[in-house]
Design a protein around this ligand. Structure first.
Ligand code: 13P
Length: 267
């Protein structure tokens, strides 16, 4: 049974105060809900991905809490003359455990190509001392979906990475399916629409390595809220969420964590 992952991508939002308040608030609410549960402990993972300046603070603040910290981006290079870039070793040193790769905003607004994203993924795999888990974000645009190209687009994004690093490299990775048309729009993929693509991704991986396909967490992102999280995460191949807007507020992010807790209790 895969462990759910509830991840917050803060994008370029936040402050030092918010970092402290959100981590404390979410941890408290998650603990409270878990204490009341049959399991008596948190049986899913929580991840926050604040902007780079707050990563060290977030990691220190969450040290004794069941909340992991991830970066929103990383350089493909180890070190050198790369003004403005941050390396995996640096992220690891300050306590990051995950990194988002290839978010659609990075692809669209900053021109990140499939090739570059594959290089970043390869850097995560190569740098075993940093041991940072890549969260590979993939997803189609509205135009892709309307022209019936969803599976082809998602497959090409996946293939670009698999061809570079090999399927074995997905042993310690997360995939986030984020349909671009559902990001920040308030429009969510229906549970059936999301499940269909998640199942396609898992079947594709299954064709290459069934153990990895079975184990890998595929999370959904795109207007996840407390009101729709339970139904989305209840789908067979959806193992949690990557949440944008609703991860910026203790109540809404906790609501999603609580929906996850409830789902675990009822299954
Ligand atoms: P929203 O939850 O704001 O739609 O953002 C999703 C997202 O981009 C997470 O990475």
């Amino acid at each position: 049974m895969r462990r759910f992952l509830v991840a917050g991508n803060w994008k370029m939002h936040g402050s030092s105060e918010m970092t402290a308040d959100l981590i404390s608030g979410v941890a408290r609410r998650a603990f409270d809900a878990a204490r009341l549960s049959e399991q008596k402990e948190l049986s899913y993972d929580i991840l926050v991905c604040p902007p780079a300046p707050y990563l060290g603070q977030a990691a220190n603040h969450s040290e004794s809490l069941p909340i992991a910290v991830g970066a929103q981006n990383v350089s493909q290079h180890e070190s050198g003359a790369f003004t403005g870039e941050v390396s995996l070793a640096m992220l690891s040193e300050i306590g990051c455990e995950y990194v988002l790769l290839g978010h659609s905003e990075r692809r669209e607004l900053f021109g990140e190509s499939d090739t570059l994203i594959a290089e970043k993924f390869a850097a995560c795999v190569a740098n075993s001392s940093a041991s940072i888990v890549p969260v590979l974000c993939i997803g189609e645009t509205l135009e892709d979906r309307q022209s019936g190209d969803t599976e082809a687009v998602v497959e090409a994004q996946l293939d670009a990475v698999i061809n570079k690093v090999g399927i074995a490299a997905f042993d310690n990775a997360v995939i986030a399916y984020e349909p671009v048309w559902a990001i920040g729009t308030g429009e969510t993929a229906s549970p059936e629409q999301a499940q269909e693509v998640h199942a396609f991704i898992r079947a594709k991986l299954n064709g290459l390595d069934s153990a990895i396909a079975d184990k890998i967490r595929i999370v959904y992102g795109g207007s996840v809220k407390p009101s729709n999280a339970g139904e989305l995460f209840a789908q067979k191949d959806i193992d949690g969420g990557l949440i944008g807007g609703a991860s910026l507020d203790v109540d809404s992010f906790s609501g999603i964590c609580e929906a996850t807790q409830k789902l675990i209790e009822n299954t």
